[in-house]
Design a protein around this ligand. Structure first.
Ligand SMILES: NC(=O)c1ccc[n+]([C@@H]2O[C@H](COP(=O)([O-])OP(=O)(O)OC[C@H]3O[C@@H](n4cnc5c(N)ncnc54)[C@H](OP(=O)(O)O)[C@@H]3O)[C@@H](O)[C@H]2O)c1
Length: 289
């Protein structure tokens, strides 16, 4: 089975390549090989390579910068998936479109279900919501899987874990937002879920995150504690909780973005790993690098 991965240099793109099943003929393209800001190039790539599946792991993910680059963000996050979907409709392939918890506004105090209405707060979330809708408008529903995830991190790339590890090393105290709640998700577990989606031809709207719940503050504290345990740090910084009001950012973020993954886990036959356990696994991996 030939599979095309976009965003091959991203943190999920790299995890997907690492965990690719032997039966897959993998073509992973970075931005230089396939520029997602050029929807025509996306169509040409699918027409020429005729993959059985495209995993669209590429995206404009800089949530705050997105507020001032909305035109580019919409092209990359909405027009590119639409173009991939349109070409796959012609060639007979399927699309796994990655999306985000930021398609929800966070006003609900219980986990979001896959079929709830989308209410993004910022440009990034709105562009990813548009990507879901536009991909669905161009491709038959039995060939499209939308998989939303949250708070993604791994041993490589740009993410909260690697930033916090550096700050724990450099500083004595840190201040981190404690009133935004969600669930950290490791790229390893998400990549396994993606490959399972392809293996089982899962379609429709789905959610995947690690299990449990955390604030960014909880996540930062756990990173310090577990990194010390894994001998990546001698002494973690003292982490002080902040409110969102004390740490204003250009983009508004949902205060609660837990995703209900029950149906997806059951459909894929995968159990959820608690986020602290997944974090420990990633830190162990970093120790061995
Ligand atoms: N990160 C999170 O916390 C998070 C949370 C929820 C959902 N998601 C979703 O999960 C998916 C994977 O995210 P990630 O964390 O792996 O993202 P990432 O590490 O930021 O990687 C994004 C990838 O997209 C590429 N890209 C950006 N603009 C591009 C363009 N114009 N043309 C071609 N490639 C381009 C990047 O290339 P460069 O490396 O060259 O920039 C990178 O390879 C995305 O759909 C994202 O929206 C992420």
């Amino acid at each position: 089975m030939r599979v095309l991965i976009t965003g091959g240099s991203g943190q999920l793109g790299q995890a997907l390549q690492k965990l690719s099943p032997p039966s897959v003929e993998l073509i992973a393209l970075d931005r230089y090989a396939l520029d997602l800001s050029d929807p025509r190039a996306c169509e040409v790539a699918v027409d020429e390579l005729t993959p059985a599946w495209v995993i669209n792991a590429g995206a404009y993910t800089a949530v705050d910068r997105a507020e001032v680059e909305s035109e580019l963000v919409y092209i990359v996050n909405a027009k590119a998936p639409e173009a991939l979907a349109r070409a796959l409709q012609r060639t007979g392939g399927s699309l796994l479109q990655l999306s985000t918890d930021f398609v929800f506004d966070g006003a609900q105090g219980s986990p979001y279900q896959p079929h709830q209405p989308l209410m993004p707060l910022g440009v990034y979330g709105a562009s990813k919501a548009a990507g879901e809708v536009q991909a669905a408008s161009a491709l038959d529903p039995d060939r499209l899987c939308i998989l939303r995830t949250s708070w993604l991190y791994g041993p490589v790339g740009r993410n909260f874990l690697l930033t916090m590890l550096r700050l724990h090393q450099e500083r004595e105290t840190l201040a981190v937002v404690a009133d935004q709640v969600g669930c950290p998700t490791s790229t390893h577990g998400l990549a396994q879920a993606c490959w399972s989606v392809l293996e089982q031809s899962l379609v429709g709207r789905h959610h995947w995150s690690d299990a449990g719940v955390a604030s960014w503050y909880d996540f930062a504290v756990a990173i310090g504690e577990l990194a010390m345990h894994c001998e990546l740090l001698q002494t973690p910084a003292l982490v002080r909780p902040l409110t969102t009001a004390e740490y204003p950012t250009p983009a508004r973020r949902p205060s609660y973005s837990l995703l209900d993954c029950t149906a997806t886990r059951s459909a894929l036959g995968l159990s959820g790993v608690h986020w602290r356990q997944a974090l420990y696994g990633v830190l162990e991996q970093l120790r061995q690098i």
